[in-house]
Design a protein around this ligand. Structure first.
Ligand code: SAH
Length: 443
């Protein structure tokens, strides 16, 4: 097989990232935007040892579930994967992906129920990161640092077109340079936005310590963006893919956001993690509460607690909450949030879960919540948790493969996977969140 070869292939599967998979000349070919059951014409764009990437040229036989994409940038942008298929099928794909990981990687036999879907696939994201380059302002194409210039992103909150427009105008009028990744020159690297009950926070990330014409930037944002609550400057001078640097400066307004999930209120700083889909976060946390099954007398460890959200959502039903989180600003937020929510039975520790959990003194946990980032938990932490012999572990994961790996470890340490529930926090993208209940076998 060679680059530029053209094949007609049948799509028989889907990759973890939502691309179609077919075969040509005995090789697997990954085809973005092709759906299972379709016959498509593809041109080979890259040949690897055991597989190849194809670009969709024509859908010869379309799937009955194919729909017209609502997003005008869908076929260029690397952000979403499923705008061209009925939402029910996307939810089923996500269910199946979780099921496959748990069976194959976790070697666990359990039926995974249907993914809990969202009422709206649009406007759900409360956080945006838009790279700024001389090619434009927007979103990266798939697996690339090529920026697709966009005016709006329909999964983002409704304020995003005004923010993008205002920054564009400011840069043009004041001749502010965009960042050049190759040369590591220029000024504006990213527009970072977050919104909550308190309004919209816009953060401009620059390579330079000083923003030229910052007064004009604030003026134009205040004029154009409804509900603006704060304008922040973040300084990131490093050659890195990480969006935010460490230093923040408030140019105008508030340097934090507030938001609410169900009965809880939360305050958060720009560096703190917060779930991006508010409506589905409630669905997710309600599932966590159901799986945790608290009766009022349990000690709960909330590991990877962020700004304290899950633990505080559960706190009324618990004797005590002990949270661990590595980002200091998030721990500060967690302590403030406990006060905000009138919670007196929560304590917080700043550091990595793997380093701090073995040192926790006091009562043993009855229930442990694990909500790690994509790479999952360190094996040593899972051993520490199992040694404490909590009755239940509730594992919240944003990556099915690392979840399945960790479930296997926990099963080998004496736990049994009782329930698995995928929740769609990220409609139209390939990402899926999963909540799992594990129960201790012999006490
Ligand atoms: N439970 C929270 C946050 C989950 S995201 C919520 O629902 O909002 C994962 C969190 O783990 C992030 O806040 C991240 O900063 C933190 N984190 C990453 N690695 C960690 C580690 N090794 N130990 C403790 N916290 C960690």
């Amino acid at each position: 097989m060679n680059k530029n070869d053209i094949f007609e292939i049948e799509i028989t599967g889907t990759t973890d990232e939502g691309d179609g998979v077919g075969r040509a000349e005995g090789m697997a070919v990954f085809v973005p935007y092709a759906l299972v059951g379709e016959v498509v014409r593809v041109i080979i764009v890259k040949v690897m040892k055991s597989f190849a990437y194809g670009k969709l040229l024509e859908v010869i036989k379309p799937s009955q579930h194919r729909i017209k994409a609502e997003c005008e940038y869908f076929y260029k942008c690397g952000g979403c994967r499923f705008w061209n298929v009925e939402y029910e099928k996307e939810l089923e794909f996500k269910r199946q992906h979780v099921q496959d990981c748990i069976n194959r990687i976790g070697k666990i036999e359990i039926d995974v129920p249907m993914t809990l879907g969202c009422t709206s696939c649009k406007g759900y994201r409360n956080k945006g990161q838009f790279p700024v380059t001389s090619e434009g302002i927007g979103i990266y194409a798939q697996h690339s640092h090529r920026v697709i210039d966009i005016d709006r992103c329909i999964i983002q909150g409704e304020e995003n077109p005004a923010v993008l427009m205002a920054v564009r105008e400011w840069m043009a009028e004041c001749e502010v340079e965009p960042y050049n990744e190759e040369k590591h020159s220029g000024c504006v690297r990213h527009i970072y936005t977050r919104c909550g009950d308190s309004g919209v926070m816009v953060c401009i990330v620059t390579r330079t310590e000083v923003i030229p014409h910052e007064k004009e930037l604030v003026e134009i944002l205040r004029e154009r963006v409804q509900g603006l609550s704060g304008v922040i400057h973040n300084y990131n001078e490093k050659r890195t893919n990480v969006v935010l640097g460490r230093r923040f400066r408030t140019l105008w307004g508030k340097d934090y956001l507030t938001d609410s999930i169900g009965h809880c209120k939360f305050k958060l700083s720009p560096l703190s993690f917060y779930q991006v889909n508010n409506e589905q976060t409630k669905v997710l946390y309600d599932k966590v509460a159901e799986f945790a099954g608290l009766s009022g007398c349990e000690v709960v460890w909330d590991l990877y607690c962020g700004i304290g959200t899950i633990g505080q959502y559960l706190a009324k039903g618990a004797k005590k909450i002990v949270g661990i989180e590595v980002v200091p600003q998030a721990i500060e937020n967690a302590r403030e949030n406990a006060k905000l929510n009138c919670i007196e039975n929560a304590e917080y520790h700043c550091g990595t879960a793997e380093a701090l959990a073995p040192k926790l003194r006091g009562e043993k946990p009855d229930v442990v919540i694990l909500d790690p980032p994509r790479k999952g938990c360190e094996e040593s932490l899972l051993k520490t948790v199992a040694k404490q012999k909590p009755k239940r572990i509730v594992y919240v994961s944003c990556k099915p493969s690392t979840l399945a790996r960790d479930l296997r470890i926990l099963e080998d340490l004496g736990y049994k996977t009782q329930k698995v529930q995928p929740v769609d926090m990220f409609p139209r993208t390939h990402h899926v969140e999963t909540v799992v209940l594990l129960q201790r076998q012999n006490t």
